[in-house]
Ligand binder design. Sequence first.
Ligand code: PMT
Length: 220
Amino acid sequence: LSTCELSGKTVLVTAGPTSEAIDPVRYITNHSTGKMGYAIAKAAIRKGAKVILVSGKTNLKPPLGLEKFLAVESTMDMYNAVVENLDGCDIIIKSAAVADYTPKTKSDKKIKKTEGELVLELQRNPDILFEIGKIKGDRILVGFAAETDDLMENAAKKIEKKNLDFIVANDITKEGAGFGVDTNIAKILYRDGSVIELEKMSKDELSEIILQKVAELSGK
Ligand code: PMT
């Protein structure tokens, strides 16, 4: 196995959750730990790429050998970090679990408890991958699909809508797949409908395969 399959390439990886502040105390987020994205970043470094890691809050240490590490909180922060670093990137891999909604208003003071219910109004965040898909040019764009139902149908819709080269679909209801664990069970779906079904394996092993597929597409 060549360790330099991606030398001369710049890879931007997003990892972890985004979180949306409700007030200075509370926020909305999801279960992503960043393990998948950090494993991808490490694998890309091993393959000789320059790696930019854009990460939501995690407990992980950024891997050694990164070109750039950008810590972000909200989806808007992640969107800006990705867009600002797009020039010069050859490959973008979006494994982050991005909050699709954000509170319509954010209070700068702690919201006080009252009797009765509290209604929180949410508005849509941008879909980062969709926006990048519109301007991808000859970059390779890889997304993830985290699904609980109709895994392949939903993944197929996302590959089309977001203009991806391929998508890594994981059924997060399966034991040993998705959030938090060190393993994943994935299917890689291409634009032409072809599918590679993968066994349960470590996130490191899966990352190696994802980057091999990227290297094949980038013609190295
Ligand atoms: O971090 P871990 O604990 O290791 O967990 C790994 C994981 C489950 C987070 C990972 O394997 C995974 O599936 N990541 C994608 C999670 C997700 O948000 O999927 P989605 O199907 O909602 O989104 C589809 C794609 O669009 C993703 O590439 C996502 O990054 C992107 N997206 C989604 C919404 C949005 N507003 N902007 C985006 O760019």
